[in-house]
Write a protein that binds this ligand. Structure first.
Ligand code: C5P
Length: 405
């Protein structure tokens, strides 16, 4: 069995917290970054201290928190230049409009801005502010300046804001920021690669108002698409009916039935290096969907169903085929059935998971997977679907690059 190290091990993260209500979320960010293997040190601006206490960050990071330039004891322990050198990665979250302005203009009038001037580490900001402030031409220009300087901009997202408004400016969730940090580390592992992913359920219509569906949320497949894009791939996501937002830089094709999904996948397969079939494709569809609503009359009615085409098996028959990854969701004998599917569908890899338990599988944000390929397997312990997706893609790349050598 292979072993794996945590995604951010070796990362020394200097987290800058500026003044904004989203600062409370940065406590969770510290916890998650540490779980992913990073060492974390926190620097707070004076405004940030109005929102969260330094003790919270100190307890969660396991390191003293710095709040000012003029603390002789702290400077004696680790001076600000040393701190700037210590970091391999800087992230300012939340980054307020005022902070972005001062960063963009090269201020060095407090500890955080001074550190940013002094560091050579990869730097990122996660803006968080009222939507009008985000849309203000001054903020737009400041963000543009930072981006041109090579500073990564994480988000922001759209949604409900603390001020009661709805719009762009909400800080990315801590887990999304951790994934974005991992994205900066994995860089361009999939650059120049084309990845096609199917995700979500399929709906097989019985009549204009009813369908046969399943409980797939689409989250696992969306996570694969998101991570592949973060790793530099050109990604096409063929999605069954779901309410999930399209991940950044992913081209999405919406479909409904298994037959539409098959068409959506095959139409986009030219030049694909990897196909990940994460969709829960209906095995059967009604033989003859009714053009009008089926009326409630007889006590018993029969539904006649016909087998749907198997997308993965169809692609596997092609002479020029991408690296094929399937998913096997099972309630029992998971590995046994998964290996059977790997062989029957002639796949290059299958990701097996147990469904029907609480906290894992279909509708949850976490999952547990075992990857199987013809001559090996690797268990990936319980983690977010994003993290599992990244590890899955890393394993795909190991095998794909090995085969190309
Ligand atoms: O055979 P089973 O449906 O359990 O296999 C699951 C895997 O096969 C998933 O990767 C799913 O996306 C894929 N599949 C497919 N076409 C189907 C049914 C399943 O590609 N018609």
């Amino acid at each position: 069995m292979l072993t794996e190290s945590a995604a951010l091990s070796g990362t020394r993260l200097l987290l800058g917290v500026s003044g904004g209500i989203a600062a409370y979320k940065s406590a969770e960010l510290v916890r998650r970054a540490r779980t992913a293997g990073a060492q974390v040190r926190v620097v707070m601006t004076a405004a940030a201290e109005h929102f969260v206490g330094a003790a919270t960050f100190q307890a969660l990071s396991g390191n003293p928190v710095r709040t000012g330039l003029w603390d002789p004891a702290a400077e004696a322990a680790m001076g600000h230049i040393e701190l700037a050198r210590w970091a391999t990665q800087v992230l300012v979250a939340p980054a307020s409009a005022d902070f972005l302005a001062r960063y963009a203009h090269g201020f060095g009038d407090d500890l955080l801005t001074t550190l940013l001037l002094a560091t050579t580490a990869s730097s990122a900001v996660a803006p968080a502010m009222n939507q009008q402030m985000w849309a203000n031409p001054a903020t737009i220009a400041n963000v543009d300046t930072l981006r041109r300087r090579g500073i990564a901009i994480f988000g922001p997202a759209a949604g409900d804001q603390a001020c009661g408004e709805v719009g762009m400016g909400r800080m990315l969730e801590p887990e999304e920021q951790v994934q974005a940090l991992i994205g900066l580390q994995v860089g361009d592992r999939l650059a120049g690669r084309r990845v096609v992913v199917s995700a979500g359920p399929t709906f097989e219509d019985l009549d204009p108002v009813r369908f046969i569906g399943n409980r797939s949320s689409g989250r696992m497949g969306f996570a694969v698409a998101e991570q592949a894009a973060l790793m530099g791939a050109d990604v096409i996501l063929v999605a069954g009916p779901t309410s999930l937002a399209t991940p950044p830089r992913v081209h999405r094709v919406d479909v409904r039935s298994a037959e539409e999904m098959m068409r959506g996948v095959l139409d986009n397969l030219d030049g694909a290096d990897i196909y990940v079939g994460a969709a829960a494709v209906a095995d059967y569809r009604p033989v003859a969907p009714r053009p009008t609503k089926i009326k409630k009359q007889a006590e018993v009615i029969e539904l006649k169903l016909i087998r749907n085409p198997d997308i993965l098996a169809t692609i596997a028959e092609r002479r020029e085929r991408p690296f094929l990854v399937g998913f096997a969701a099972e309630t029992d004998n998971v590995l046994h059935y998964a290996r059977g599917k790997l062989e029957a569908k002639r796949l290059d890899m299958i990701a097996a998971n147990q469904v029907g338990q609480l906290g894992s599988g279909f509708d949850s944000t976490d999952n547990e997977l075992t990857l199987l390929w013809p001559d090996g397997q690797l268990a990936l312990p319980k983690a977010s679907k994003q993290e599992l997706a990244r590890r899955l893609l890393e394993q795909v790349m190991l095998r794909l690059e090995g085969a190309e050598r």
